[in-house]
Design a protein. Structure first.
Length: 164
């Protein structure tokens, strides 16, 4: 599986059936998704979008732990769960999603590669690159917030209370 994921052509030249490996991975992922849906069905109402909240939390945990690091994803998930539980207890359970995405935002600003993540070439980011990541992250979240809040897209008109 690793050889096919890293370089399919080289794996094919070494005699590995990449089509068979790809099919096996697809079947394995489908079985895991079916098991996850079966386990989530008693907790949530069964609907077409019942896994959206869970997959958004999984995405936030993966970002927090770092892409490409299985221990990082596990620790990120545990850390995100603890932070959500404590935030729900001390602040309000209505703000659990806000807390999760607040942690995601802080992670992207402070350490974009995650806790255990690395850049594509294995090196750590330089200071100038971190500043660029921070600005891009803040701009991206501001744009998403602006598109999510229609009131921000309309100009605010200031008028005086006295008429001439």
């Amino acid at each position: 599986m690793r050889a096919t994921a890293q370089d399919a052509e080289a794996a094919r030249l070494m005699g590995i059936s990449t089509q068979r490996i790809t099919t096996l991975i697809f079947v394995y992922a489908s079985v895991l998704a079916g098991i996850a849906g079966w386990l989530l069905a008693p907790v949530f109402y069964v609907s077409a979008d019942m896994g959206v909240r869970v997959s958004l939390d999984a995405f936030a945990a993966c970002i927090l732990g770092g892409f490409g690091s299985i221990p990082g994803a596990l620790i990120g998930g545990l850390l995100l769960g603890v932070i959500e539980s404590l935030g729900g207890f001390y602040i309000s359970s209505e703000y659990i999603d806000v807390i999760a995405f607040g942690v995601l935002f802080v992670t992207l600003v402070v350490r974009p590669e995650g806790i255990f993540g690395e850049t594509a070439d294995g090196a750590t980011l330089m200071t100038e690159d971190r500043i660029g990541w921070k600005l891009a992250t803040i701009a991206g979240f501001a744009w998403r917030w602006r598109s999510a809040c229609p009131g921000w897209s309309t100009p605010i008109m200031f008028t005086s209370s006295t008429s001439p």
